[in-house]
Ligand binder design. Structure first.
Ligand SMILES: *Cc1c(COP(=O)(O)O)cnc(C)c1O
Length: 364
């Protein structure tokens, strides 16, 4: 069986260094808010090209704390509207509604699957205060178009970079393409911890300082609490493991790009639409579109190839957002019916990739 993502094999590559990192932390006797976290923050900020990085407990918290931070410094307030793509993982939207702001869903482009910037302006009202772009599947959004609108209407730009560590837009990496950016290091992400972890990057010192306090009970000084904060810290163990894996992220991206271009050059089947990527992509997911999606998925499984669907149900059709269940987002709905994610990872062998291509090309 060719598995979708073999996390055990991925981490086995670095096992010796990961164990050494664990040992360093165990022997240090210091497990929260120590040097591993601050060093990782420094290294990840440098990797992205951002001034500040704040380690937090997970990707959802990173996004939630950005909005909470903006509320604390008076940039956003309850009831403000935030533009967000309808085709995204639900976490992007939860971060907005958890803060008592209103997510305003915008359709994606059918070809790139990313937010359609030409459809944003129609949705802007007096209450609109921010755009959350989601660099979905490893691609980056059309930031020039987004910034034109952000400038015109004085909006903050928040990036959901959970799937796109290292992806470029022009000469800058995501994490520096908006006013603030949220990252996830969920184990299956391109830069994955061995548990939950996340981070915020920004060049805004005031926001960075606020989030630093918010994630630690709202405490800016030991035993002094400026805000009613939360506990969302990146622990020393996960930070030390992420420092090891960050050293190999460039290689991971290169390998994923090689697999993606092999797929693109060699998959030849008129039933299948290959991904159309107009910006850089770090290929967190390799998404094909196919009308007979469930049939293809079963056929691949019968041929020992595991695939996944990202995602089967769009946020506006989830029970959690019943208030949106009657709304219609035809492009988003079509995408959710047709997408299929092929196996891709920095470790996937050329033989496996060739085998996947061969089987797909024989599907009819
Ligand atoms: C994974 C992911 C998140 C949330 O990250 P967690 O670490 O699981 O909380 C947010 N947005 C997108 C697009 C994601 O893929």
């Amino acid at each position: 069986m060719i598995s979708f993502l073999d996390l055990k094999a991925i981490n086995a590559q670095y096992k010796k260094e990961l164990l050494e990192a664990c040992e360093t932390v165990i022997d240090s006797g210091w497990y929260i808010q120590g040097t591993q976290c601050s060093k990782f923050e420094e290294e990840f900020a440098k990797f992205c090209g951002a001034k500040y990085c704040i380690g937090v407990a997970n990707g959802l918290d990173a996004l939630t704390l950005i909005i909470r931070g903006y509320k604390e410094i008076g940039v956003l307030e309850n009831g403000d509207e935030v533009i967000v793509p309808a085709n995204t993982y639900i976490a992007s939207i939860l971060a907005i509604s958890q803060n008592n702001l209103t997510p305003i869903l915008v359709e994606p482009q059918l070809d790139t699957l990313l937010i359609d910037s030409s459809k944003i302006e129609d949705k802007i009202t007096k209450k609109t205060k921010a755009i959350m772009v989601v660099h979905l599947y490893g691609q980056t959004c059309e930031m020039d178009e987004i910034y034109k609108l952000a400038k015109k209407y004085n909006l903050k730009v928040i990036e959901d970079s959970a799937q796109s560590h290292g992806a470029f837009y022009k000469d800058r990496r995501c994490g520096t393409l908006g006013d603030a950016s949220g990252f996830s290091f969920y184990p299956g992400k391109n830069l994955g911890a061995l548990g939950d972890a996340g981070a915020v990057t920004t060049d805004d010192k005031k926001l960075a300082d606020t989030i630093k306090a918010l994630k630690n009970y709202g405490s800016h000084k030991k035993y002094e609490n400026k805000y009613k904060g939360v506990n969302s810290r990146l622990d020393e163990l996960q930070a030390s493991l992420l420092r090891v894996k960050l050293r190999y992220l460039e290689q991971e991206i290169t390998n994923r790009k090689d697999i993606a271009s092999f797929y693109i050059q060699n998959i030849k089947n008129s039933a299948i639409t290959l991904p159309i990527v107009e910006t850089d992509s770090v290929w967190h997911l390799f998404i094909i579109k196919v009308k007979r999606r469930d049939e293809l998925q079963k056929y691949l499984l019968d041929n020992n190839i595991q695939t996944l669907i990202h995602y089967p149900i769009p946020p506006h059709q989830q029970e959690a957002y019943q208030e949106w269940n009657k709304l219609s987002f035809p492009i988003t709905e079509k995408i959710h019916k047709e997408v299929l994610s092929l196996p891709i990872s920095g470790l996937q062998s050329i033989e496996d990739t060739q085998q996947i291509v061969r089987v797909i090309n024989e599907f009819n």
